[in-house]
Design a protein around this ligand. Structure first.
Ligand SMILES: C[S@@+](CC[C@H](N)C(=O)[O-])C[C@H]1O[C@@H](n2cnc3c(N)ncnc32)[C@H](O)[C@@H]1O
Ligand code: SF4
Length: 467
């Protein structure tokens, strides 16, 4: 998952500093404050009354973060801890149920679409605890009849009893990590507990249980992995038969850099780039051979954060789900209510919110534990443009922008887009927007130009756009 930019705006533009267009969003003015759950609930209540009055679309997803893993992997970018014992999980669960009960009244009458129980590792809960969590969320929040109901798990601790619980609650998507099957890598990153036997057994149980959407995560660019071993992993996983495979590009974390790169980030990024370049054409050939579609594949680009390999069957099932998503990084997730330590929320057109990434001593409605970044609909539109640019490489699909927003983005950004078109940097055709400039620096500058416009700042000369 990508991370939305949340640091304070640096004073000047230096495109060479940035790896990703997300970073450009740092330059959009977005005031920050520490809020208590009670204050955040009031913001949600405001959104809910806008929805009831028809001023905003009723699109909401719920994300629950379970911050436990039996063994922490050294590369991981998500907040979790190795549980101190059954009582630490129990304390967390009671806190999460209290948090849900506290927030739910603000959203009364609003129907959520998607549910995602992620982590960490939700299967680190016992089956009884998972049952209480799912009973809680389905009784406290209203959900529409269709939508993804997903759970992340680890092959090590996802038992038949867990599976019975998720069947009972009608979950329709399960995702688990494999990352790589390279033993040297797994030993180095503290994931040596993973066995091929457990993976095969889990996939078999999920298939027999008829879970319609099963995803496996792979992680591209890990230490001591080789393109050959990674492609062997991909081939074995494809033959196993999940509906989709998410190939995540490693986002190196500080502890990982310290352990494996003496803190040298640039060297690590170079390695990941080399790895991606070496692996992607082979992955495409494998996908073709094994019946997986690979819609993101573009031989000229190897910098996507996630590549999805998907079977036609999974795609069909996915197509039955209503629009939306369950993480704030999914551009179609109009509002996401994220609960649990470190979970992020997007209160559409109002702000982003992230809770403390720490297991506290239960839930307290008046403690200032949430970092709130205020924004508005223009910011939301801008973020969609940036995401679109990153994801589709050079194109913003007009149809989906029109579906997401009541206002026309071409009108809202008319002035800067006209100037950019005149400079040859963009083309607008049939409501779609194409970026004609390809280098990282050019793309970054185009986005900065749009941001300056959205933020009401003066628009500079466009001479910097070439090269
Ligand atoms: C919450 S975890 C998956 C569930 C389960 N805990 C497991 O590991 O099997 C979600 C996925 O995020 C990916 N991930 C974790 N750390 C990452 C990082 N630093 N960079 C990119 N992807 C990462 C991994 O592929 C992982 O499977
Ligand atoms: S990859 Fe999964 S098991 Fe490993 S630390 Fe991250 S969440 Fe936990």
């Amino acid at each position: 998952m990508t991370q939305r930019a949340e640091r304070a705006a640096p004073g000047r533009i230096d495109p060479d500093l940035y790896e990703s267009l997300d970073a450009a969003m740092l330059h959009y003015p977005a005031p920050k404050a520490r809020l208590s759950p009670r204050q955040v609930r009031a913001v949600w209540a405001g959104l809910a009354s806008d929805i009831r009055a028809g001023r905003k679309q009723e699109l909401l997803s719920v994300y629950l973060h379970v911050p436990f893993c039996a063994h922490r992997c050294k590369y991981c970018m998500y907040y979790s801890e190795e549980p101190g014992g059954p009582e630490s999980i129990e304390l967390f669960l009671r806190g999460l149920l209290d948090e849900m009960a506290f927030m739910a009244p603000a959203l009364e009458g609003i129907r959520a679409t998607h549910l995602y129980v992620g982590g960490g590792t939700p299967s680190a809960l016992s089956p009884e605890q998972l049952d209480r969590l799912l009973s809680g969320v389905f009784s406290l929040f209203e959900f529409g009849p269709a939508g993804e109901r997903g759970l992340e798990c680890h092959p090590l601790n996802m038992t038949p009893r867990h599976l019975a619980v998720i069947k009972k609650h009608g979950l329709n998507r399960v995702s688990f990590g494999v990352q790589t099957l390279n033993r040297r890598t797994l030993n180095s990153v503290n994931r040596d507990c993973q066995t091929w036997r457990d993976i095969v057994a889990l996939q078999g149980r999920l298939g027999r249980a008829g879970i319609p959407m099963v995803n496996v995560d792979l992680l591209l660019g890990l230490t001591r992995d080789t393109p050959r071993a990674f492609l062997e992993t991909a081939d074995r996983v494809m033959k196993l038969g999940p509906g989709s495979i998410s190939v995540h590009r490693l986002v190196p974390q500080p502890a990982y850099l310290r352990d494996f790169y003496r803190g040298e980030e640039a060297r690590c990024i170079d390695d990941i780039n080399r790895f991606a370049r070496a692996v992607l054409p082979g992955l495409k050939r494998l996908a073709d051979r094994r019946g997986f579609l690979f819609p993101d594949y573009d031989p000229a680009h190897y910098e996507n954060r996630v590549y999805t390999l998907i079977t036609p069957g999974y795609l069909e099932e996915y197509g039955k789900q209503p629009t939306g998503g369950y993480t704030i990084d999914n551009v179609q997730a109009y509002s996401v209510l994220g609960l649990g330590p470190s979970a992020k929320s997007n209160i559409f057109g109002c702000g982003l919110c992230q809770s403390d990434g720490a297991l506290g001593a239960g839930f307290s409605p008046d403690e200032k534990k949430l970092l709130f970044t205020r924004h508005d609909l223009k910011y939301e539109m801008l973020w969609h443009l940036v995401f679109s640019l990153d994801k589709h490489n050079n194109m913003v699909p007009g149809a989906y922008m029109r579906a997401a927003f009541a206002e026309d983005y071409l009108e809202v950004f008319k002035k800067p887009l006209r100037a950019l078109a005149k400079a040859g940097a963009v083309t607008i055709k049939d409501g779609d927007l194409y970026f004609n400039r390809w280098t990282k620096k050019e793309r970054f500058l185009i986005v900065m130009y749009l941001i300056r416009s959205a933020a009401g700042r003066g628009l500079p000369e466009l001479s910097g756009l070439s090269g």
